[in-house]
Design a protein around this ligand. Structure first.
Ligand code: GBH
Length: 490
């Protein structure tokens, strides 16, 4: 009887209790993330000039839920010490934040003058972080293109590359003595596809199937160029690392059919490989080149809508990321669709895949975000297999609520379930994931959703002039996960 009891206990341990016994590997780091436009406010203070989000929210407030903007938002420009205190209490190892291009370089272009007060703001933030034992992870560009460059085409004009390179170089010079993790770009898909193709993000252009490819061609060449500069000129002295962050939605086949399996693979190549294949393998994914070239021909075009790299560019871009920044929130089901069901031309049509959701998946307050923990696990395996098991930092993941609630069991469950899959990928499959970041430290301006989607571990009442930060239950749970380095529940 006694032995049977022990046996059953062990069985429960291994089949069920198992994951909570797993300890996050030594050196594995925890963080939280934000982005400049979403949290800073002070949109025109101390010499900062206008970016495309200032411009769009002021010119066309009707494009944003509640006609809101981020003129003040969390007011982190004035309250960054409170933010750091919150993070110190949370116990995170690092803080991923972004720098506002127009705050440090109001004229934006190559050779223009640094704005001393803008530079000082980030110096103070970085120093405060380091004094509190928190490493700064800096995103160089999180969607806030200078408006003065947008009037010249923004990311559609390849002159932006040298302006970006100049800007990034100023950041290495100003902060590289203390910043050892750089992320060149956050989510090219949203910059290029949502910004220049579907008009869901600034600058809200609808250049279907053309603007998106041109934009990313400039983004990725800017990325490669600045990587080589950092590697050659700054790394020997500063000793940091530099990489890129892309967002990946994972795709399961809608049914077990071979066709749906191909559709799922094609979806991932078109929505993730597009950005990462040039960096990890070299050039765009073959399926992307083949399909866009072929459809362009059918449209009667002389040249493909997908721009071509030179051999030198392929070499410059290949291998240009010391780690892979991965933002992952959700998963879809994939099946091939009738070409006529997509705008012609469009990136969606080039991809040719219809997406849907399994009715059993839990929806969040954001229409695009469902909880699918196993998708996260399979994505990590996909990356391991396709890109030779690179070092991955989860640079964002998180859950959207909509209300004022301080108790947020859905967010807690999302975090725990995703972390559990992450541990599985590390321990059972040897995936090389070295860090994890929750979006976000606090509620903030959620782009076109305004203040209707809340991702914060910390609640903020945006009517309150003090913008008091109040930790939610998820904050306390994350605090415990970090301090115990386990997924123990209370
Ligand atoms: C991140 O993007 C951003 O980096 C961050 O700024 C943002 O606040 C955070 O997530 C929360 O949204 O075509 O309508 O189905 C998240 C990336 C955004 C990618 C939504 C997929 C699908 C929109 N995801 N997007 S839709």
């Amino acid at each position: 009887m006694f032995y049977i009891h022990i046996f059953l206990l062990l069985l429960v341990q291994y089949s069920y209790g198992d994951v909570s016994q797993r300890v996050f590997p030594e050196g594995f780091k925890f963080g939280v993330a934000t982005a400049a436009y979403q949290i800073e406010g002070a949109w025109n203070e101390d010499g900062k000039s206008e970016n495309i989000w200032d411009h769009a929210t002021h010119e066309n407030p009707e494009w944003i839920d509640g006609k809101t903007n981020a003129d003040v938002t969390c007011d982190s420009y004035h309250k960054f010490k409170e933010d750091v205190k919150l993070m110190k209490d949370l116990g995170v190892n690092f803080y991923r934040f972004s720098i506002s291009w127009t705050r440090v370089l109001p004229d934006a272009v190559e050779g223009s003058k640094l704005n001393e007060k803008g530079v000082a703001y980030y110096n103070n933030l970085i120093d405060e972080l380091i004094a509190n034992g928190i490493e700064p992870y800096v995103t160089i560009f999180h969607w806030d293109t200078p408006q003065s460059l947008e009037t010249h085409g923004g990311w559609l004009n390849d002159t932006i590359i040298d302006n970006y390179v100049y800007y990034a170089r100023q950041l290495f010079i100003s902060y590289g003595d203390r910043v050892k993790k750089w992320i060149t770009f956050n989510e090219p898909q949203q910059i290029c596809e949502q910004g220049y193709e579907t008009a869901q993000k600034a600058p809200f252009l609808k250049l279907h199937g053309v603007g998106d490819y041109q934009c990313f061609h400039n983004v990725v060449r800017a990325h490669g160029k600045i990587y080589r500069i950092y590697d050659k000129e700054f790394r020997p002295v500063q000793g940091g690392e530099i990489g890129i962050t892309a967002d990946a939605v994972y795709a399961f086949p809608k049914t077990n059919s071979v066709s749906d399996q191909m559709a799922a693979e094609q979806f991932i190549e078109f929505y993730y490989g597009w950005f990462i294949h040039p960096i990890m393998i070299g050039n765009y994914p073959p399926i992307v080149i083949e399909r866009v070239d072929e459809l362009s021909k059918q449209e009667g075009r002389v040249t493909s809508r997908l721009p071509k790299f030179t051999e030198e560019e392929i070499d410059m871009i290949k291998g240009s990321s010391d780690f892979l920044g991965l933002n992952h929130y959700t998963t879809i089901l994939a099946t091939f669709g009738d070409p006529d069901s997509f705008p012609n031309p469009s990136h969606d049509r080039d991809c040719g895949v219809l997406t849907s959701r399994d009715p059993s998946w839990k929806p969040s307050a954001a229409p695009w975000l469902y909880e699918v923990p196993t998708g996260f696990y399979h994505l990590l395996l996909w990356i391991k297999e396709h890109y030779n098991n690179p070092r991955v930092i989860i640079t964002e993941t998180g859950w959207a609520g909509s209300g004022e609630e301080l108790d947020d069991p859905d967010r807690v469950q999302y975090i725990r379930n995703y972390l559990s899959e992450l541990l599985k990928a590390i321990y059972d499959d040897g995936c090389n994931v070295i860090g994890y970041t929750i979006w976000s430290l606090m509620d903030n301006f959620e782009w076109t959703y305004g203040y209707t989607n809340k991702f914060g571990l910390t609640y903020i009442d945006f009517e309150d002039p003090n913008r008091t930060r109040i930790p939610r239950t998820s904050y306390k749970v994350y605090q415990k996960i970090i301090s115990t380095r386990r997924l123990i529940s209370d």
